[in-house]
Design a protein around this ligand. Structure first.
Ligand SMILES: *[C@@H]1O[C@H](CO)[C@@H](O)[C@H](O)[C@H]1NC(C)=O
Length: 240
């Protein structure tokens, strides 16, 4: 539960108060006060494919003392162009959230706050929504399907986030493809310019081989002769 968000009344859009039907007899639907809020969402905008949170705040009206337990919350997207009961009125049911038998506290206590996330998948448009709660009366062990809230939401596409998982996979595919293209271009066309092939060694025109020493004497400045140890040793033994 996002209590801080809830307590911040200024940033919270108050959607409505749905008093349940007043019941005098034991078997009638229990009276229940439910305040429904879209935290930090004053215009009831809901984003496709994302969790959209609504928070219900359940409490007994003063004087009511039935031992009620909240078991389920569910909802539905409704076609605003149809009337209740008409074919096509319910566009889609939301996924039901089952609760672990949460008791609804007495009127004196803090209201029971329950978050509920739903995921629209519609074209951007204005839709009606309804939420219902299944409540167990522990006194007569009967279950009641209570309407909790009905209103309108505006479905919109979420702004793509840079780190969206789907987008990330697109980046990966595109990067791989670009790398592949770059590699082909490099090897096919650019390699020759970037790294020119070493000029093929010209085969020396065959000449009568001159003695190496003579060749050195003619063309090269005198160089210190590097001798291997073995050569040096051989020379030394010759000198002896
Ligand atoms: C929604 O759920 C109700 C019962 O919970 C069912 O009768 C109805 O057919 C469902 N509608 C859709 C559109 O799934």
């Amino acid at each position: 539960m996002r209590l801080p968000a809830l307590l911040c009344a200024a940033a919270t859009a108050l959607l409505g108060l749905a008093p349940g039907a007043h019941a005098a007899a034991g078997d009638e639907a229990p009276a229940l006060n439910v305040i429904t809020t879209f935290p930090d969402n004053p215009f009831s905008l809901v984003q496709n494919g994302r969790p959209n949170r609504v928070v219900f705040s359940f409490s007994h009206p003063p004087g009511a003392d039935r031992a009620l337990v909240l078991e389920e919350i569910t909802g539905a997207f409704l076609n605003p162009a149809k009337r209740d009961g008409q074919r096509g009125r319910v566009l889609r049911n939301m996924t039901t959230t089952r609760l672990k038998d949460v008791p609804i506290a007495s009127a004196a206590a803090q209201p029971l706050q329950v978050p509920f996330d739903f995921y629209p998948e519609f074209k951007p448009q204005s839709l009606d929504v309804e939420f219902r709660a299944k409540v167990l009366d522990q006194g007569n062990t009967r279950r009641y399907n209570l309407p909790v809230y009905r209103g309108t939401v505006v479905v919109e596409e979420p702004a793509p986030s840079f780190f969206d998982l789907q987008l990330l996979s697109v980046y990966v595919v595109m990067t791989t493809a670009l790398a592949g293209i770059a590699y082909v271009v490099y090897t096919q066309y650019l390699a020759a310019y970037v790294r020119p092939k070493a000029p093929a060694k010209r085969t020396q025109p065959t000449q009568p081989a001159k003695p190496a020493a003579a060749h050195h004497d003619e063309w090269l400045p005198p160089q210190p002769t590097v001798r291997t140890r073995r050569q040096a040793a051989a020379a030394a033994s010759r000198r002896k």
